[in-house]
Design a protein around this ligand. Structure first.
Ligand code: ARG
Length: 483
């Protein structure tokens, strides 16, 4: 075994990069330019002489005149091409403005036409002309999905009192988190724990105004119940796991057991895993979509299928957009998370379903039982597995994982370790981007996305996963900005 102290920082897992999937060879005859010949004179040797007006000049000058008219023609052609391009650009902008109003991943401040980057929403500092970036901040807190609204005045989050609350308000709050109205699940009142001192309450006499303008903070809540909001029916698996029961050292999955798991193919080959979070959004790892893998059009997502050989016969879902975390770092694997938006929404069935994103305030215990799944190699250096495998891995405390004999300080707050220090069971190449999930309150939560590890299943080298809880907020903001 190599000494850890002297070993240079070494990553096995800078993405799973199959060879030869992109050929850079140019097809024969693809050169758009005709072969250059030195025999071709730069001025046409024969120019038809057509007198367009009376001229008393000697014939010798006429070739100069035809030359100017050719130049004129060229200028006219260029100008008309430019005009067409300008019109197309203008049409695009008009369309974009009518459709989205804000370019790219920007969120509009109300309907003011002012646009803000997602990072400036709900950051405690007001940027929008009317402060919209701080006045419609909602989140779901803890394992019971308690709806909380941010008060820019007291700079804190308040649970919403169930009194006078209804599904229409629930839909508005879900929309402000980036969910579509068609997946809305329910709003229900749950007994407020003693820990809540203040609430947000609805001012029912306020009339037909914006939900957030109707909310005011209050120390009392008559029903004693707070709103529990589910924007999507997530985290349900119709097949329970066989806890006794490859990944490395795992078992073959059955259909519907990990219904959020997708296989992501680039140029027709399985490259990474991913997790369904809505009908259109997939969570994966940033290192999966780096460099030449950053083009959405080279990807296809396969959902509800266990075997790779079945996928080769199907079309898969096209990817419309890829959003990689802006602070992702290739070397340290800091912020190893990305979002993929599908061109057409998935239809949810027993075998295709979303997993729940972890809410802030969710505590995962050290040693908490989690499950990983994927088509990754079944041993280090092996090839992609044909069938989906899964295995249970316990979480490992960050301080422990960062100890000198494990990863010696390489585990950043955006990462979480899971696996066995004895080795033998782990995720491996090809599992990246895929889910690390846990079951709590009868719901499956996405705890992490498979990111890296030194080798696979080696002693004292557990798997490292993106720490999803720290990304939930980034995910919601980006779903909202790109709805
Ligand atoms: N980076 C790998 C991939 O692209 C995943 C590696 C996980 N490694 C581990 N030892 N757990 O598929």
């Amino acid at each position: 075994m190599t000494s850890i102290a002297s070993a240079p920082p070494y990553y096995e897992n800078h993405g799973f990069h199959p060879e030869n999937i992109y050929s850079t060879r140019q097809p024969v005859g693809a050169n758009p330019y005709p072969p250059f010949s030195t025999n071709i004179p730069s001025v046409p040797s024969y120019v038809p002489r057509v007198a367009t007006h009376q001229s008393s000049r000697p014939v010798a000058h006429s070739s100069g005149r035809t030359c100017t008219s050719t130049v004129k023609k060229i200028i006219i052609i260029i100008l008309s091409i430019l005009l067409v391009i300008c019109c197309a650009i203008a049409a695009f902008f008009i369309w974009y403005f009518v459709e989205n109003r804000c370019l790219g991943s920007l969120i509009e401040c109300g309907s003011s036409g002012v646009c803000m980057p997602p990072s400036q929403w709900c950051d405690g500092v007001s940027h929008c002309p009317n402060g919209e970036d701080e006045t419609r901040c909602v989140r779901l807190f803890g394992p019971d999905f308690i709806l909380e609204v941010y008060s820019p005045i007291s700079k804190s989050w308040y649970p919403v009192c169930q009194d006078d609350w209804n599904d229409n308000y629930g839909r508005i709050a879900c929309k402000d988190m980036g969910y579509n109205a068609d997946t809305y699940y329910y709003s229900r009142g749950v007994a407020a724990e003693g820990s809540f001192k203040s609430y947000m309450k609805l001012n029912t006499s306020a009339g037909d105004i914006d939900l957030y303008k109707k909310l005011y903070s209050s120390d009392s809540c008559a029903s004693g119940k707070v709103v529990s909001l589910r924007c999507i029916d997530c985290g349900l698996s119709t097949r329970s796991v066989n806890i006794m029961s490859r990944i490395v050292g795992g078992s073959g999955a059955v259909l519907g057991q990990w219904p959020w798991q997708v296989s992501l193919h680039a140029q027709g080959i399985h490259v990474c895993g991913g997790s369904i979070i809505t009908r259109q959004w997939i969570v994966t790892a940033a290192h999966c979509v780096e460099g030449r893998f950053s083009d959405p059009y080279s990807w296809r997502a396969f959902a509800g299928i266990l075997n790779q050989n079945e996928m080769f016969l199907r079309d898969g879902y096209r990817v419309q957009q890829i959003i990689s975390h802006p602070d992702y770092d290739t070397d340290s694997k800091d912020n190893d998370i990305a979002l993929m938006k599908l061109e057409t929404p998935l239809t949810f069935t027993d075998t295709i379903r979303p997993v729940c994103l972890p809410n802030p305030g969710m505590m995962f215990q050290p040693n908490q039982q989690c499950w990983i799944s994927g088509w990754g190699a079944e041993y280090q250096g092996g090839k992609t597995s044909n069938n989906l495998n899964y295995v249970m891995v316990p979480l490992i405390e960050r301080s422990r994982c960062n100890s000198i004999y494990i990863y010696n300080g390489m585990i950043l707050p955006t990462m979480i370790c899971a696996g066995y220090l004895g080795g033998g069971i782990d995720s491996c190449q090809g599992d990246s981007g895929g889910p690390l999930v846990t079951n709590k309150n009868s719901v499956w939560w996405l705890v992490g996305d498979t990111s890296w590890g030194t080798g696979c299943a080696s002693p004292n080298r557990p798997g490292v996963y993106g720490n999803m809880t720290v990304f939930t907020d980034w995910i919601y903001k980006n779903m909202q900005a790109n709805r």
